[in-house]
Every structure is written in C-alpha cells, then in structure tokens.
Design a protein around this ligand. Structure first.
Ligand code: EPU
Length: 350
C-alpha cells in the first residue's frame, strides 16, 4: 500500500478541539513497510509534527509543514513470567482500547489511566497520568525510528527521561524520533492505587469496599465522565495547562495569602517543591465557565478550554493567554500550556 500524502489537508476532523486548520502536507502512516517511503518523502524538509489522535494539540494557525498521522496497529503479549507481563502496542493503537484489552487479559496496572483520549504512541511523549499513576510507572521500553538516519532504537525508562507531563521527546523537540511501539510491564496480581481521593469517593459511592481492578477502572471512568467534558460532545484537549511546580518558599508565600490552594509534593530542579492546582488558580480568577464567542472555559473543570462550535485556534489561544496573564498577575505564577501548540507562538514556553 503506498503512503498517503495529501497537500493542503484539512485538520478539523483530526483534532479533538474541532478547530479548523490546514497543513501544507498530511502524511498518514498505516504500516511499517511504508517507513522507507516516508523517509524519502520527508528527506529535504523540516521534521514533521507527529499526530496520534489529535487529543492534546491546539492548531493555533495554519500549519506550514508536514503533519504525520500515525496509524500503526497491533497489540500482543511479548512475555509473561514471574516478573510480570510485557504488553506491546503499536503507536497508533487507541489508548483506552489498550486499557480495556489489558484488563480482559488479566494484566493489571492501567486501571487508573482508563478513558484518557489518545494513542499508545503518544502516551510516552507527555508521560500521560491520572489519579495517582503515570505512564512511567508501568513503562518498560519503546522502539522509535530516527527519521534522519533511519536507525531504530529501543529506549528504556531512563532513556525517555520522564517527568511530570514531560519526556526527552518534548525536550528535544518532536519529529526526529517517531515512536513505533511501546511496551508496558503489567502485573498478574493487581496492586491497586487508590490514594487519589476521587477514586475512594467513587468506590464508596458505588458501595464497593474491596475493589477489583475492573472496579477501579470503572470508578475512574465515572469520575472522568462526571468531571471532564467528552470531546465527542464538546471540543477540548483535556487539561490545557500544566499544574505549576514552584519552590517550597514560593509555595509558602502563596499559601500564606491563599490558604485554599490545593498543593502536592513535587520536585523542581532536583529539590523538594510543591505542585499547585492550576484549576484552582484559574477558577479563583473567575474564569470557570467563561466564554468569549465560541472559545470558553469548561463549566465543570477550570483547566479545560472548550470549543463551543466555531472557535478558531487563535481565539482559544487568545483566551488561554488572558487566563495565563491574569493568574500571573494575581498569584505571581506563570502557567504553561500542557497541550501542544502548533505552530507554537513566540510568547509561549514549550
Ligand atoms: N479544582 C478546582 N477547580 C476546578 C477543578 C478542580 O479548584 O474547576 C481543584 C480540585 O478541587 C482539586 C484540584 O483542583 O483540589 C485538582 O483537581 P483534579 O483532581 O481534577 O486534578 P487536576 O490537577 O486539575 C490532573 C491532570 C488530569 C487528571 C487529573 C486526575 C494535569 C495538567 N491534569 O488535573 O489530566 O485527569 O489530575 O488525576 O496534570 C490531562 O492531562 O489532560 C488531564 C485531564
């Protein structure tokens, strides 16, 4: 099957914000046998932007370069022994389908990551996380091809240098490495992670005292459905901002004047620090449920920007900038985008 290459491609149906934009070129990779053709197509141009399900990106304007859509498929168990089960998923596999499949196979560890939109190949890029678990907790390794040299490398957890919503791929710039498949180390005997308050509340609301992994996944689904808008109903890309990590001293100063700010232990430049709730900061500035034309802030979760219909990427970005600036003015904390901004505007940090 030849590689699909479309010029001036419309991206509206390829991003969960539902924002209209076009890319100079859209390449869709369906099978690894197309890799040589892909490298030839990219040979003289800049690195492409790799797109999975388009669930963590805001197209801020027309995309001048190439968008590379990855649709590689396949899931299998590669080993199953006393050390656990290693499950391998091709980059284009739907993340939540992988969570469901792993539970059906009696492989445990992904319960808390149920219902996260996106693909398996995108999961390590931003080290997806929810309800007390991050991808790095279950990550075994991944295979990625260096699109410049054509060499495929296997990368360990250390190679990926995972951080909070961060990895080596984000720091070195996407595009050079194309993730082909990821491997996760799961367990035959579940070790449930129930620390996050919302999970405990959802389980007790359902009258479940001794949960199974399937119960935890179901509880996570209920919490997400209750708190986060479904992109199929209302365009969004999940949390638009990261929760800011500040020094302990800065957190203490902030908390002295604002004792209600939810804050959690974190690490900043190797030192103990605090992670603050961006949603709380944004809500305190009065943004929850705000709307500027079709660009808005969700009514249920202040960290989620939404497209009520025809919002453009520029309108959503403008709203995000006003939110960021007002939080900085009031609390002295500068929010960074968690969603990828493409093209990235000059006044936005990575
Ligand atoms: N809160 C508010 N206002 C709101 C929403 C929340 O004040 O509108 C407060 C809550 O009361 C709570 C705190 O903020 O005290 C944290 O809220 P929540 O548990 O919803 O988590 P979050 O920090 O806002 C993060 C992730 C989510 C993930 C949840 C659950 C980031 C950027 N976001 O959100 O991930 O689902 O934790 O673990 O870290 C995503 O990445 O797209 C995403 C949705």
């Amino acid at each position: 099957m030849p590689l699909s290459i479309v010029r001036n491609a419309e991206l509206k149906s390829l991003n969960t914000f539902g924002v209209a934009a076009s890319a100079a070129s859209l390449i869709t990779l369906e099978h690894e046998s197309q890799l040589a053709e892909l490298r030839a197509a990219l040979a003289d141009g800049p690195a492409p932007f790799v797109l999975g399900a388009g669930s963590n990106v805001l197209f801020t304007a027309e995309v001048p370069g190439t968008v590379l859509r990855v649709r590689l498929r396949g899931v299998r168990i590669v080993s199953d022994d006393a050390h656990g089960v290693v499950v391998e998923a091709a980059a284009g596999e739907d993340w939540d389908a992988l969570v469901r499949w792993s539970l059906e196979q009696h492989c445990y560890g992904l319960e808390n990551l149920a219902l996260i939109p996106g693909t398996a190949g995108a999961a390590p890029i931003q080290n997806i996380g929810a309800y007390g678990v991050e991808l790095s907790d279950v990550f075994e390794s991944l295979d990625a091809i260096d699109l410049d040299s054509g060499v495929t490398a296997t990368m360990s957890v250390a190679d990926c240098a995972f951080g909070y919503r961060d990895s080596v791929f984000k720091r070195t710039g996407a595009g050079r490495w194309l993730v082909l498949r990821v491997r996760l180390r799961l367990a035959r005997r579940a070790q449930l992670r129930l620390e996050h308050g919302d999970i405990g509340l959802a389980l007790s609301a359902a009258g479940i005292a001794s949960p199974t992994p399937a119960d935890v996944a179901a509880a996570v689904r209920r919490v997400r459905r209750a708190k986060l808008p479904d992109p199929a109903q209302l365009g969004n890309a999940g949390s638009f901002f990261k929760n800011p990590i500040v020094s302990t001293a800065q957190a203490q100063r902030l908390l002295a004047g604002n004792p209600g700010v939810p804050n959690y232990p974190a690490v900043l430049d190797g030192a103990a620090a605090r992670k603050l709730s961006a949603a709380w900061l944004i809500e305190s500035c009065g943004w929850k449920g705000a709307r500027d034309g079709d660009a808005g802030v969700d009514t249920r979760h202040a960290l989620v920007l939404v497209n009520h219909g025809q919002a453009t990427g520029a309108q959503l970005l403008g709203l995000a900038a006003r939110i960021r600036d007002s939080v900085e003015e009031r609390f002295g904390v500068r929010l960074e985008a968690e969603a990828v901004l493409l093209p990235r505007p000059p006044d936005w940090e990575r």
